[in-house]
Design a protein around this ligand. Structure first.
Ligand SMILES: NC(=O)c1ccc[n+]([C@@H]2O[C@H](COP(=O)([O-])OP(=O)(O)OC[C@H]3O[C@@H](n4cnc5c(N)ncnc54)[C@H](O)[C@@H]3O)[C@@H](O)[C@H]2O)c1
Length: 244
């Protein structure tokens, strides 16, 4: 589905991002740049995959983003797909949330998405083709106790994406922007939730289970591919029916 595409995935070291990278590579992408602030043993584990390139990248570092994009442009002349997946949580009730908790989540989940998209979308527009996919959350539309900071970012990316869908397609450029809004997904991000919370979320989910990172990668691959070529400005909920 992604033959010959040049793709960038942020937050690619684990969880949803890792599954997306592996799926894109399997779908025939020419190169998937797997970027994370903490690359751990990624270089070693992908050393045999010729179409996966590991890059250490902090989405808050605008200079590093610029340098990476210049290198990719020199190597390939284009970027076809950007997946803004990197994200962090610092949950607390509003009376206990520190300014630091607020700032770090806004910096990574909202400004980080802006930083990446600002660096890459102009190339897509110039090339008249591209797909930007940003990870939102059901919390971005419905809110959640103890997640003022996270909800603000996940709602913010939906609003930015709607604007980008209109902005990027001006003069007829086939550049699309969409969000994916996962429900509760089994990844390192959710591993520390208590049994009680997990049970509660499963009970609230019509399909009565947590999602997997493969469930999310399926939707992201669709939005990255030409199969979704007339879809832009949308948020695809992948949540087992949690938000209907
Ligand atoms: N797991 C869920 O239930 C769930 C639900 C809704 C939305 N999401 C969203 O999906 C995305 C992936 O979630 P996950 O569960 O796989 O998370 P995760 O915590 O398992 O992985 C996130 C990755 O982002 C990386 N990262 C953090 N800060 C970064 C930075 N400044 N620059 C680059 N990389 C950075 C981390 O190192 C990590 O590898 C996030 O945006 C998250 O908010 C997850």
């Amino acid at each position: 589905m992604l033959s010959n595409k040049i793709c960038i995935v942020t937050g690619a070291a684990q969880g949803i991002g890792k599954t997306i990278v592996e799926r894109f590579a399997k779908e025939g992408a020419a190169c998937v740049y797997a970027c994370d602030v903490n690359i751990g043993d990624m270089e070693e584990s992908y050393s045999k995959d010729k179409n996966i390139a590991v890059r250490q990248l902090n989405v808050c570092d605008r200079q590093a983003i610029q340098t990476l994009i210049e290198t990719i442009t020199q190597e390939h002349g284009r970027v076809d797909v950007l997946v803004n997946n990197a994200g962090v949580t610092r949950d607390n009730l509003i009376d206990r949330m520190t300014e630091e908790d607020w700032d770090i989540v806004l910096d990574v989940n909202l400004k980080g998405v802006f930083n990446m998209t600002q660096a890459i979308a102009p190339l897509m527009i110039e090339n008249n083709s591209g797909s930007v996919i940003t990870m939102s959350s059901v919390v971005g539309t419905d809110g959640n106790i103890g997640q003022s900071n996270y909800a603000a970012t996940k709602g913010g990316v939906i609003a930015m994406t709607k604007g980008w869908a209109k902005e990027f397609a001006r003069k007829g450029a086939q550049v699309r922007a969409n969000c994916v809004a996962p429900g509760f997904i089994e990844t390192p991000m959710t591993k520390d939730l208590s049994e009680k919370v997990l049970e509660h979320m499963k009970n609230k989910t019509p399909l009565a289970r947590m999602g997997t990172s493969t469930d999310i990668a399926n939707g992201v691959t669709f939005l990255a591919s030409e199969q979704s070529s007339f879809i832009t400005g949308q948020t695809l909920k992948i949540d087992g029916g949690l938000v209907i």
